[in-house]
Design a protein around this ligand. Structure first.
Ligand code: ADP
Ligand code: MG
Length: 306
C-alpha cells in the first residue's frame, strides 16, 4: 500500500496550502489565484481544542470595502451539537465557513474555537481541527486509498479501511478489480456524485477532526442518493461539533439549532419546531420547499422518505 501514497507533484506552495485543509474548499482555485492576506501573528501558538465550541461574536465582514456581507453576526455552537445555517443563496452562509477557516479576518468582532480567538493561533493548527465536506469534493488522479488518506499522511491501512467501511464505500471497493489501488479522478475511474461524497466523508473520518463543516454536502445529489448519504453523514457527525449549511431544509430539520441568515443578518434561530411555530422566514421557506417536494413526488416515482 505504501507506494500508493506518492507525494503530489505540485508546486510547494500549492502543496502546503492544500495540506492545510484547502483541498476540499470548492473555491480552492479561486483562492489560489487571490493573494491570501491572512497571516499568522509572529510566534502564535498552536490551537489546542479541549472543548470544541464555535462562537461568532458580533462578526461583521465584507470582501470589499463598502459592501457588508455579514452584519454583526453572533451565535454559539456548543460542543458536540449540530447547528444548521440556512437562507437564500448569497445570504453569506459559505462566508461563515471561510471565516471559520480563517481565509479572511472579520472587519469587526471575533471568531472563537474552543474559546480561543482564531486570529491569535496558528492557521495550520486551526485547519487541522476542522473537517469540511463541500458540495463538490476534489478527487486527485490517484488511487482510492490515496484519496481517502489525503491530508493525513502516515495514516495506516487499517484506519483507511475502517473509514471506507464507515463511509459505506466497501461495496464499491469490493467490486473493483484493484480495490483500494484503483485509480480514480478525471484520468481514472469516474466516480458518481454520491461515491465522491463518500470518499470525502471517508477522508474526513481519517482526519478525525473535532469540528465539522458541511457546506451543502448533499445538494448536488439526487434525492435518493441524498437520503443514503445523509445516514452516513450522521455517523460522521456523531461526537463532533457540526455546522451544516443546507439548501434543502428537510436535510437539517433535526439540528439542535437552526440559524436563518438573510442578507448577512441573523433573521431568526431555533429548532425546526420552534421556527415553524414562529411563522417567519423559515416557515415560509419550509412550506415553499414542501410544495416543491410534493411536485417532485408526483412527477417521479420517488416517494418522500419522511
Ligand atoms: P451563500 O453561501 O449564502 O450562497 P456566500 O457566502 O457564498 O453566500 O456569498 C455571500 C455574498 O458574498 C454573495 O453576494 C457573493 O457574491 C459575495 N462573495 C462571495 N465570495 C466573494 C469574493 N471572493 N469576493 C467578493 N464577493 C464575494
Ligand atoms: Mg454557499
Amino acid at each position: 500500500l505504501i507506494q500508493l501514497f506518492r507525494p503530489l507533484d505540485l508546486l510547494g506552495w500549492v502543496y502546503r496550502t492544500i495540506r492545510q485543509g484547502l483541498v476540499d474548499m470548492a473555491e480552492m482555485f479561486r483562492l489560489i489565484d487571490t493573494d491570501i492576506e491572512v497571516k499568522d501573528i509572529p510566534g502564535a501558538p498552536a490551537l489546542i481544542v479541549r472543548t470544541p465550541t464555535v462562537v461568532f461574536d458580533n462578526v461583521t465582514f465584507g470582501y470589499e470595502p463598502g459592501r457588508t456581507i455579514l452584519d454583526r453576526l453572533s451565535f454559539e455552537v456548543p460542543a458536540g451539537s449540530t447547528t444548521a445555517i440556512v437562507g437564500p443563496s448569497g445570504a453569506g452562509k459559505s462566508t461563515i465557513g471561510r471565516l471559520l477557516f480563517r481565509f479572511y479576518d472579520p472587519t469587526q468582532g471575533r471568531v472563537l474555537v474552543g474559546g480561543e480567538d482564531i486570529a491569535r493561533v496558528r492557521q495550520d493548527s486551526l485547519r487541522a481541527a476542522i473537517g469540511i465536506v463541500p458540495q463538490d469534493s476534489v478527487l486527485f488522479n490517484e488511487s482510492l486509498a490515496y484519496n481517502i488518506a489525503y491530508g493525513a499522511e502516515g495514516a495506516d491501512e487499517a484506519v483507511v479501511e475502517q473509514a471506507a467501511r464507515d463511509a459505506a464505500l466497501m461495496p464499491l471497493i469490493e467490486r473493483l478489480p484493484d480495490g483500494f489501488g484503483t485509480m480514480v479522478g478525471e484520468r481514472g475511474l469516474k466516480l458518481s456524485g454520491g461515491e465522491k461524497q463518500r470518499v470525502a466523508i471517508a477522508r474526513t473520518l481519517v482526519k478525525n477532526p473535532p469540528i465539522l463543516l458541511l457546506d451543502e454536502a448533499t445538494s448536488a445529489l439526487d434525492t435518493r442518493t441524498e437520503q443514503e448519504i445523509l445516514g452516513t453523514l450522521k455517523r460522521l457527525e456523531e461526537g463532533r461539533t457540526t455546522i451544516a449549511i443546507a439548501h434543502r431544509l428537510s436535510t437539517i430539520a433535526d439540528a439542535d439549532n437552526i440559524l436563518v441568515l438573510d442578507h448577512g443578518r441573523l433573521a431568526e434561530n431555533g429548532t425546526h419546531a420552534a421556527l415553524l411555530a414562529k411563522g417567519g422566514l423559515y416557515a415560509e421557506m419550509w412550506s415553499r420547499q414542501a410544495s416543491e417536494r410534493g411536485k417532485d413526488a408526483s412527477t417521479t416515482d420517488e416517494g418522500e422518505a419522511g
